[in-house]
Design a protein around this ligand. Structure first.
Ligand SMILES: [Zn+2]
Ligand SMILES: [Zn+2]
Length: 332
């Protein structure tokens, strides 16, 4: 009984010491990230970007207020579920985050940063498709789709369930890919900015002369804007490869992109979409490479965990040989 009370008291102490800092960080990250995109794109550059505006109308403040309130709730959930899980893992001795960015060399720094982003795109695509199932949509994803014509403030306007699904990703992936604080900093800020830009209502991605996106492997603002206008297409977050591989890209995406950048669409754009072989090969290659990387890092993490468990048993055995032996016998 005393042990349970002590564990509870420790847990409450840990949460009350750790949570406020993470919550302030996550809330500030949202307000600064979404706020900067809103002030720069939707206010300061609105006139300069008028020929890049995707829809004629702009969202009103009733909608923006709802998006902000829902996003602030998401930031609190991100801090509680994601932030506390990572802090808890570190307190338990898992080296999921480390300070020196070059502790494992710069190739690993680049690899881990890229993998955090690429795997998050896969996580987002599949969980996003899942919560679009009619049975889950009302409970998990309705809040986000209340914005048919979103503003940058909609970046985190999630239902609590969707916020938890998104918050789980980082602690989970860090178990397999321990990362430097710098890699996580880049990942979460890239997530924030891409998310806010994707809801800005202005096509900010460069276009080629034929009216196609210059970086067609990335999701443009039009790509996600179409998802809000017509749910059922375009589930991807950063990259377009999952939508292309799974046939969920909006059939008129390139036409709508060309419209947004005020360029006539060249016929070759439609031609390229009729030949998905290159996309399929790229996606299969990505799956093979990423799964082998995850397996590799999972093996290393498992070895580290087993090593730590053995060390703990050794320490216990030295400190109290009889008690440790008793516990080991009981465990067996
Ligand atoms: Zn959706
Ligand atoms: Zn959205």
């Amino acid at each position: 009984m005393h042990d349970i009370i002590a564990v509870l008291a420790n847990g409450i102490g840990f949460v009350s010491e750790t949570y406020p800092g993470i919550w302030i960080f996550d809330t500030a990250r949202y307000l600064i990230g979404a706020g900067s995109v809103y002030v720069i794109v939707n206010i300061a550059l609105a006139h300069a970007l008028r020929n890049r505006k995707i829809r004629e109308r702009s969202p009103d403040w009733t909608q923006k207020r709802r998006e902000i309130l829902a996003s602030l709730r998401t930031a609190a959930i991100f801090a509680g579920v994601g932030g506390l899980s990572i802090a808890g893992l570190m307190a338990a001795g898992f080296d999921v985050v480390y300070g020196d960015p070059l502790a494992r060399g710069w190739p690993y720094l680049i690899f881990s940063t890229v993998m955090l982003i690429v795997l998050h795109d896969a996580w987002f695509y599949w969980t996003h498709r899942l919560i679009h199932c009619p049975k889950l949509f009302r409970r998990f994803h309705r809040e986000h789709h209340k914005s048919h014509n979103p503003s940058p403030w909609a970046a985190y306007s999630f239902d609590p369930g969707e916020a938890v699904v998104n918050a789980i990703y980082l602690p989970l992936v860090l178990l397999f890919i321990p990362s430097a604080g710098l890699a996580i900093f880049i990942f979460i800020n890239h997530m924030m900015i891409r998310n806010a830009i994707g809801h800005s209502g202005y096509e900010l991605f460069p276009s080629a002369r034929n009216g196609r996106p210059m970086f067609d492997w990335m999701t443009s603002v039009t790509h996600h804007d179409l998802h809000h206008a017509q749910a059922g297409w375009n589930y991807g977050l950063y990259f377009s490869w999952w939508d292309r591989l799974m046939g969920t890209e909006h059939p008129l995406y390139h036409e709508k992109f060309a419209e947004a950048v005020r360029k006539p669409l060249d016929g070759s754009a439609i031609q390229a979409r009729k030949n998905p072989l290159a996309h399929t090969l790229a996606a299969v290659g990505f799956l093979v490479v990423s799964s082998s990387c995850v397996l590799e890092t999972a093996t290393v993490s498992m070895q580290q965990t087993l090593g730590r468990a053995h060390d703990m048993i050794d320490v216990l055995a030295q400190a109290a040989p009889d008690k440790a032996a008793h516990q080991i016998m009981q465990a067996q």
